[in-house]
Design a binder for this molecule. Sequence first.
Ligand SMILES: [Zn+2]
Length: 138
Amino acid sequence: MTQEQKETVKDMWQVKGLSLKQIGELFGKSRSAIAGIVSRNGWQKRAPEGFQHQRPKRNARRTVRPTKQSAVQATGAPVPPSPVAPLHLKLEETRAGRCMYPYHGEQYTFCGHKTIDGSSYCEHHHKVCYIAGSRRAF
Ligand SMILES: [Zn+2]
């Protein structure tokens, strides 16, 4: 597993809160293989509670100034729609500098757009993952 892939595992584990099994499926590895990587690196899973209280604030803001966020809330989609269509790269097609944001489908695919500096994601998905340090349901 490359360093970049490990960073992605860390991100999915800590930021997105995916389970070891889900991450394993994503990388074609067993749950225990991912558990080994996580424990060897000492990555603690962040508590899922404590971030939910940010949602009401967002709703309050929405009434004043409707944004793309409102459409998301209305449809119940977990993340805002990407302003750019994902390239749906397969894992083996991803490479450095390409957004590793995963999409669920028949099989996992990745966004694939150019990443911004210091992130495994494109500008849009970086915002999705790191808005005010909040943790979003994946
Ligand atoms: Zn992306």
